[in-house]
Each structure stands twice: as C-alpha cells, then as structure tokens.
Design a protein around this ligand. Sequence first.
Ligand SMILES: Cc1ncc(COP(=O)(O)O)c(C=O)c1O
Length: 349
Amino acid sequence: MGDGLQYGPSQGYFPLINKWRDFQSRWHSPPFKNWDVAVVPGSQDGFYKILDLMIDEGDPVMVQAPAYAGTIAAVHAMNPEYIGIPQDADGIIPEEIDRICSARQNDNLKLPKALCVNPIGANPTGSVLTIDRKKEIYKLAQKYDFLIIEDDAYYFVHFLDHQPSSFLSMDTDGRVIRLDSFSKIVSSGLRLGVITAPQEIINRIIVSLQNTVLHASSLSQILMFKLLEDWSSEEFDSHIKRVQSFYKCQRDLMIRSMDKHLKGLVEWSVPKAGMFVWIKLNTKKNSLDLVMKELIPNGVFIIPGSAFDYDSPQSDSYLRLCYSFSTEEQVDKAMEVLGTILRQSIGNN
Ligand SMILES: Cc1ncc(COP(=O)(O)O)c(C=O)c1O
C-alpha cells in the first residue's frame, strides 16, 4: 500500500508492467520482438502523447471516419492534413487507403505518416474490422510505409464467437502502436491505459510521461496489479465473458426497443462490439437541431453525428445511441420519444 501513496517510475509500476508484458504476449504474441509497454493515465492520454511525438503540423494523417470525438480532438490539436478513411459494417475500407495513397504518390504528395484506427467496436459505428481487411491494411502500411495506431479500447467488448485478432499480432516490422484501456473492462475512473510499441517509441513515451504527469496514478496501478495478480487466467477470461454478456444484453435490449419504436424512421446495423448504435435518420432533420431543440427538452440525451466528424458538417443526419448502462425502461422511453418526434417530423414534411 505504501508504494501506492508514493511517486513511482514513469514507465509504470514494474509489477504491473511485467504482468502486462506477459498479457500482451499471451493475447497478441507480437512477431516484432523489440517491443515494450508503458502505463499511461488512460488510453486517450496515450493517444495524444503518441500523436504529439509522431505528428508535425501539416503532416498527412489517415483517420477512421467517423471517429471517436476524443480521437478527433487529439488529431485536431496537431493541425495535420486530415484524411478521413470511410468505413462500412466491416470497418475501414482498405481500397480507399490504397486509392488515396497511390493518388498521392502519383501527384508527388507526402504520404500519410500514420493511420489511426479503432478496429473493434468502433466508436461510434460499432463495426469490427475483419481479419482479412486487417491483413490487407497491414500490407498497405508496408507498401506506403505508414504507422498503424491501433486504439483498441473495446478489444474485449465484442459479441463474436472468437476474439478478433489485433494489428499488433501481425506486426512483423514494428510499425504498430497499440493502445489498451482498463476503462471498459474494469473501471474508467482508475484512469489507466497501456501503450505497446517498439522500444524506441516507448523510450520517448517515458520521457513524455516524465515531462507531463510523471507517471499514471500509483494507487490505481497497484489496485490494477493486485486484481490481475489475484485472478488466474481462467478467472480473467470468465470476467471478460461476464463483461461481454452484460453488454450483449444491453445491446439486445436497445435493438429490441429500436425495432419497436424506430422501424422505417431510421437505418442501422446491429453492432458486433462496443457500446454504441450508429443510426441514420430517414427524415431531412439536422441531428444537432433534433438533439438540442427536441430531444434534450424531452429528457433524452443522444450525441449528434457531427460530434464524430472532423469537419462538423452543417447538415448531419446521424445519431449515436449508447447502450452502456441505461435500464430497459430508460432505453424504451428514450426510443419512444425519438420515434414520436421523428414520426411527427415526417408528418410535417
Ligand atoms: C475509441 C476510444 N478510445 C479511447 C477511449 C478513452 O479510453 P480511456 O478511458 O482509456 O482514456 C474511448 C472512450 O470512450 C474510446 O471510445
């Protein structure tokens, strides 16, 4: 306990670092051998630190589009040349990356330095990037020489029969920087995430930690270590199964309620992972106006699609629904309110 109230090493509490090294070997067995890990105060902080180290103003950077609002904010802060990579129900589309990079090559433009991707349970779309696409994208990263920043906060929060594999697990070259988060499987308030990357990059992250927060909270790290130490790998696995089954129930109750109240009014695909349903409005309504002027005054808070867009378009027609912890009654009430408002707006068109 004494250690939890003291300063500690910037890379992280060593017993936790060792645990996480073992953990990454077990789940990803990275083919590139010279990698290491650093504990950061949340994967969002890790993402910002990586961009801060790697991206200079004006550098071209590819970002999954739409993207998590925290990703957009961090990328924005670097003032890069932003290149959005569209996605469908199977995640980002490799052909788009190829098309964009080869056009830039032909036009003698700088090639993108990095691809920022949220592959499993993408926030906001709920898509899971298929393994075939991951392999294609890794080959493209080799062809056009870009880094892959794998922001995988929902790695374990999926509803598939098998654990999808990671970019880290196919990284032969040392071009993947992976972000893990404890927020979605243990506690978001602990503020703990882990960067896994080639040693050279981890060394620079350690300097960045020294110069900013010194290190992630000692108390949180020790709590996390004790928990992981207490669990056998079977116990960890059954904890993950419980997390998955909880969020699958939450997803199913949200989809049931959408079927009941929103059929014909919006389009969606059933999320394969994560905590969100991304819906497209069939009316011409602007989703920001809908949220601000009609949903919030009726006690329903939903995030408008423009929050996940780098350029915040004026006429956005998407909403992100979140099913993480609302009760069945709350979800059903919210979907009923949304359905009623959308039905009225069709009547008024
Ligand atoms: C895609 C994605 N990355 C990162 C984060 C932030 O995770 P952390 O709590 O570890 O900073 C979130 C949180 O919602 C997220 O959705």
